[in-house]
Design a protein around this ligand. Structure first.
Ligand SMILES: Cc1cc2nc3c(=O)[nH]c(=O)nc-3n(C[C@H](O)[C@H](O)[C@H](O)COP(=O)(O)O)c2cc1C
Length: 732
């Protein structure tokens, strides 16, 4: 079954049972507090498996004239019905070790009474009970379809618990919490269904069949505390013990335990007859315990958390669906398919690709072009088209996403009037072995099709990176001689929340127009190398981010000044003592992995910045390698002192530099990586971590080389190590 069918089923089930599940969950939250509060009361016994029934009987015999019954309820409270020496009849909770009364029997609190009725039957008697059973079953199906969705998303059952790609808050925690709470939710729902079936007598008959036992030889009268069965039974097994009604030998003890029922001679202690609890009753008992959390504070807390998780799933599920609909691929086309020169076709499963395609569509329109926007499923003939631009994600295991499923069949059946230039942009994730596979296939089909001519090679974008998208726009502009602009629309920053940073040093520009600037936060600030600092120049308020190195509690940034770059120009001109406002965001995915035995850092240009700080965080026991690519020897001067310092302290074991302009044959950082394939494969094999920081173009080249190394030397695709969190990236 394809992922869309699972998603639709999951969504349809959730929609159809929303109100009932909401009611059941809210009342479930209230009810989870009942066993918790019960377990905090002094009546609950914690060491029931240590206390023998015979002990309880002896202490009760000392304290009272006559015992009628002893009972342990589902809360682990021990109850006794007795006659006192004064002739009064009493029933109370007792301390099983002393026989002393601990308190009167308590009635269920009205709030729990109310919540129980609502939870069990919605105050609708049998109809309500039926509905609750039905919706419990639907919730079970939602959980099962959810498991299937996670398996598909993670790329197989084996990767069920591997790293989850974070697309947004709702999606991330829907999956993460889903993985942790699926088991409790399946248990809650199955036990709920079972209890409903029981109420409707839909379970097989469960009468206990007594079998008389051959009476033991001994007819000797024994004290109760010497009865073997009372010594063998502990309180964790006891349900009730009813004492004989009279002293007549025909009257006997009736002992009910969690496993069965026994009739016991009141003088000899011999078992007269016994019956095993049928499986159906045992399942009913465990269903009740597991569904209500009675008797266990830990399980009751798990149930409580599972109820909160269900509420979160409802919120996040609807939020995701709403966002997906809002991101819909519909655009009000200004031009028809036969009048537009530019045709944008998208393939998307969950709508993330659409925002990039919309930006490109608007940029083309703003530049005065005629554009038509549609999906790959609606591929047609286009009379005036000169360019087709395809934006498509990859789903399942390298398959077409939902809005591209029919494209492969349609393509050979439709003839275009003119030769059309095409460009394919693939959206995918390096966490999957078939990275952007569908986009690559589309590119191949068009390449081999007589109507099409390649304008740009297929371009792959990892995890919806906007920086990578901007890089593709640059390539597009160069290839088509255009100047399209795309901006990532971000909410405006609240300037009052920004922090002040004072410039402690500024190296000035080097031969590559690059500089190092050191900033000190004016107020105390917690940060680490690899975190991100953002600045918002006042004239456009657009966010600019830089990767941070922490050196002596200062923020060290390495920045390239761009000719028309507002922020890089502003920063390059800051003198010592002046201040700038910004904020630091934690970037937990790119912190130094101090748990690893070996770390390989790979960077080009200013991407070296976070590593300059991390070289202070490593130690002699962690093998640390740095691969850096720059233009010339002079480019390295800016960082030389930091690298020498780390080498002297033995924090850096090996520094490998690749210059692209120093000699005739250009050497790039990916070439150094290729030349050191044994070092790289050994590091990965020994659970080492590879960190990559720098340009997207460098990242793509390096990843290709790494993939070749892992597949040829280690027989594993790079995605295996990516899933293992052994590849950390921060590229722009
Ligand atoms: C269940 C699932 C399967 C995926 N399979 C792949 C895959 O095989 N190859 C890949 O490169 N990306 C894969 N991805 C990542 C998506 O292609 C990526 O997140 C993309 O940006 C989603 O865009 P869309 O929402 O427009 O479909 C998968 C994502 C999910 C959730």
């Amino acid at each position: 079954m394809t992922i869309s069918i699972w998603r639709y089923s999951h969504f349809a089930l959730a929609i159809s049972s929303f109100i009932f599940i909401l009611l059941a969950t809210v009342t479930g939250i209230i009810l989870a507090f009942e066993p918790i509060s019960n377990q905090l009361k002094p009546y609950a016994i914690t060491n029931a498996d240590d206390i023998k029934l015979s002990t309880v009987i002896s202490v009760l015999q000392d304290e009272y004239d006559e015992i009628v019954s002893v009972e342990v309820d589902n809360n682990n409270f021990v109850k006794a019905s007795v006659f006192t020496f004064e002739g009064d009849s009493e029933t109370f909770y007792l301390d099983p070790n002393t026989g002393k009364k601990l308190g009167e029997l308590e009635k269920k609190a009205p709030i729990f009474e109310f919540a129980t009725n609502l939870h069990r039957s919605l105050f609708l008697k049998s109809t309500g009970r039926f509905l609750v059973g039905l919706f419990s079953f639907l919730l079970f199906l939602i959980a099962i379809t959810g498991i299937q969705l996670i398996v598909k998303r993670q790329g197989g059952l084996r990767k069920f618990f591997s790293k989850v790609v974070k697309e947004n808050f709702e999606q991330y925690y829907h999956v993460v919490l889903g993985r942790w709470f699926l088991v409790p939710i399946v248990i809650i729902t199955l036990t709920g269904v079972y209890l409903s079936l029981e109420k409707f007598d839909m379970l097989p008959a469960s009468k206990m069949e007594h079998i008389e036992t051959v009476e033991k030889q001994s007819k000797e009268k024994l004290e109760l505390s010497k009865f073997k069965i009372f010594n063998d039974t502990h309180l964790d097994e006891l349900v009730t013990l009813d004492f004989p009604f009279s002293e007549d030998e025909e009257d006997y003890f009736i002992l009910q335990t969690t496993s069965g029922e026994f009739y016991i001679n009141q003088y000899t202690g011999n078992v007269l007859s016994e019956a095993k609890k049928p499986l159906v009753s045992q399942l009913s008992y465990w269903s009740l315990i597991l569904h209500t959390g009675q008797g266990s504070i830990v399980w009751a807390v798990v149930l409580l958390l599972a109820c909160f998780a269900i509420l979160f799933f409802m919120y996040s599920g609807f939020a995701m669906s709403f966002k997906r609909l809002a991101k819909g691929s519909k655009v009000k086309n200004k031009f028809t398919k036969d009048t537009a020169e530019y045709i944008i076709l998208i393939g998307s499963e969950t709508g993330h690709t659409n925002k990039f395609a919309h930006q490109f569509y608007n940029a083309l329109l703003d530049a005065g072009n005629t554009v038509y926007f549609s999906t790959l499923n609606q591929y047609h003939s286009y009379k005036e088209a000169k360019h087709i631009i395809i934006f498509t994600s990859t789903y399942g295991e390298g398959e077409a996403p939902r809005t591209a499923k029919s494209f492969e069949k349609l393509l050979p059946t439709i003839q275009q009037a003119n030769s059309i230039k095409y460009s394919v942009v693939g959206f995918g994730s390096l966490m999957y072995p078939d990275y952007c596979k569908y986009a690559i296939e589309v590119d191949e089909w068009l390449y081999n099709h007589p109507n099409f001519e390649q304008n740009l090679p297929v371009f792959k974008i990892n995890n919806q990176s906007f920086e990578a998208f901007k890089n593709w726009i640059i390539q597009w502009n160069e290839a088509t001689n255009q100047d399209l602009k795309v901006v990532l629309t971000k909410p405006l920053v609240n300037r009052k929340k920004l922090k002040s940073f004072k410039v402690a040093s500024n190296s000035g520009l080097n031969v590559d127009d690059t500089f190092l600037i050191e900033l000190k936060a004016e107020k105390k600030l917690k940060f680490q190398s690899g975190d991100i600092v953002s600045f918002y120049p006042e004239d456009d308020n657009i966010e600019r981010q830089y990767s941070v190195a922490k050196v002596d509690d200062s923020i060290l940034l390495s920045i390239k000044k761009h000719e028309f770059g507002k922020c890089s120009t502003l920063l390059s001109q800051l003198t010592v003592g002046t201040t700038i406002k910004g904020k630091v965001n934690r970037n937990l995915d790119f912190h130094f992995p101090s748990y690893a035995k070996e770390v390989v850092m790979i960077a080009n240009g200013t991407g070296i910045a976070p590593f300059l700080g991390m070289l202070n965080e490593t130690n002699k026991d962690i093998k640390t390698h740095l691969f850096w690519g720059g233009r010339t020897k002079a480019s390295l001067q800016l960082y030389a002192s930091h690298i020498e310092n780390a080498t002297q302290k033995s924090y850096l074991d090996n520094f490998n530099v690749a210059y692209s302009q120093e000699q005739e044959t250009k050497v790039y950082v990916q070439d150094s990586i290729k030349a050191n394939e044994t070092l790289i494969s050994n590091a990965l094999k020994n659970d080492g971590v590879i960190m990559i920081c720098g340009s997207i173009a460098m990242q793509n080249r390096v990843l290709e080389v790494l993939n070749t190394i892992t597949t040829t030397i280690l027989n594993e695709p790079l995605s295996t190590f990516e899933n293992n969190e052994q590849i950390l990236m921060d590229c722009y």
